[in-house]
Design a protein around this ligand. Structure first.
Ligand code: SF4
Ligand code: SF4
Length: 323
């Protein structure tokens, strides 16, 4: 069983288009389970034309505070101390915003009136499953607005995929943008990162950040350059970065109006416009990934990162411990 993660750092650079192409192409050759790991803004199901879910389950319980009006003496301590600014004074009453509250308990600790604040559980999100019309299952999630634990829900999605997997199953994870907890959960335990970038300074900056994460996890990475022809002056910057870091460029996709048109019609571009230049380049990239997967052991031994590049966080010490 192999896990491939499609990640980009920056959003909107074509990650889900690449993920959908890889999923369809690879599923023609082996059993595949797709995972949409962007629980805040899932959209792989839209690219794959999924409209109905065969199963949807509530996931997790996030704790939220509630002030009991009849017990509250209106002292205001809770509002002063809430680290998330989740308490407001509305019409003379202290009220907790269930969207902003992180359930940290601070208000309960500072409140001088016993029992004036209680906590209750709220569903954090939902995990759902569907069969795609391409014959492989899709596991997706959606978080409720403002709920924490998005990394946890991604870990649970991947766990479900692993439990359903058989030997030789490929798990393809479409990661969220950024380098936050969802992306960390997507990359953790996976075998190969397919990074997607455009030749723009913003995309390149985020590519370097997500690449740092793959190195932290000692994962090999390959690169797809999307819309490679929109900024040919900047293209060599990304190509040089890939060369310096031993990251193989498995595909260069040209800008093509067929891609946004296919997204608007909820069809993968390789199905909606199979003869378009973008479709041909996407399928060539998918074929290269397929050949890497088919010869995984040999490819991995040749391309695995030799040295970890652990992320060294900057530690801010309290004043009293300094110097
Ligand atoms: S539990 Fe924490 S975040 Fe929620 S209202 Fe109380 S202090 Fe604010
Ligand atoms: S700290 Fe307690 S008593 Fe004071 S305003 Fe908040 S809930 Fe009311």
């Amino acid at each position: 069983m192999l896990e491939i993660v499609v990640a980009s750092g920056k959003g909107g650079v074509g990650k889900s288009t690449v993920a959908a192409t890889l999923a369809i192409h690879l599923s023609r050759r082996r059993r595949l389970i797709a995972v949409d790991a962007d629980a805040d803004a899932p959209n792989l199901h839209l690219v794959l034309g999924v409209t109905d879910w065969s199963r949807e389950e509530a996931f997790g319980e996030a704790m939220v505070a509630e002030i009991l009006e009849e017990k509250c003496t209106r002292c205001g301590r809770c509002m002063e101390e809430c680290p998330y600014g989740a308490i407001d004074l509305v019409d003379g009453k202290y009220v907790v915003s269930s969207v902003l509250c992180e359930g940290c308990l601070t208000c309960t600790l500072v409140c001088p009136v016993k029992g004036a604040i209680r906590r209750y559980g709220r569903v954090a999100g939902y995990i759902r499953e569907a069969s795609t019309r391409y014959g492989f299952p899709l596991i997706s999630a959606r978080m409720e607005p403002g709920r924490p634990n998005t990394g946890k829900i991604v870990s649970e999605e991947k766990e479900r995929a692993r439990r359903a997997a058989e030997e030789n199953t490929l798990i393809l994870v479409d990661s969220a943008a950024g380098i936050g907890c969802q992306v960390v959960s997507s990359l953790a335990g996976s075998h190969l990162a397919v990074l997607v970038a455009e030749p723009t300074p913003a995309s390149f900056s985020d590519l370097k950040r997500v690449y740092t994460l793959t190195r932290h996890f000692m994962q090999p990475a390959v690169l797809v350059i999307n819309k490679y022809d929109i900024n040919e002056d900047f293209l060599p910057v990304i190509e040089d970065f890939a060369k310096e870091n031993g990251v193989e460029i498995v595909g260069k996709i040209p800008y093509d109006d067929a891609v946004p048109l296919s997204i608007a019609s909820m069809k993968p571009v390789i199905e909606a416009y199979p003869d378009s230049p973008a479709s041909k380049a996407l399928l060539a990239a998918a074929a290269r990934v397929e050949s890497i997967v088919s010869d995984w052991r040999a490819w991995f031994m040749k391309h695995r990162p030799r040295e970890p590049r652990p992320y060294k966080p900057e530690i801010i010490r309290p004043e009293k411990f300094r110097g």
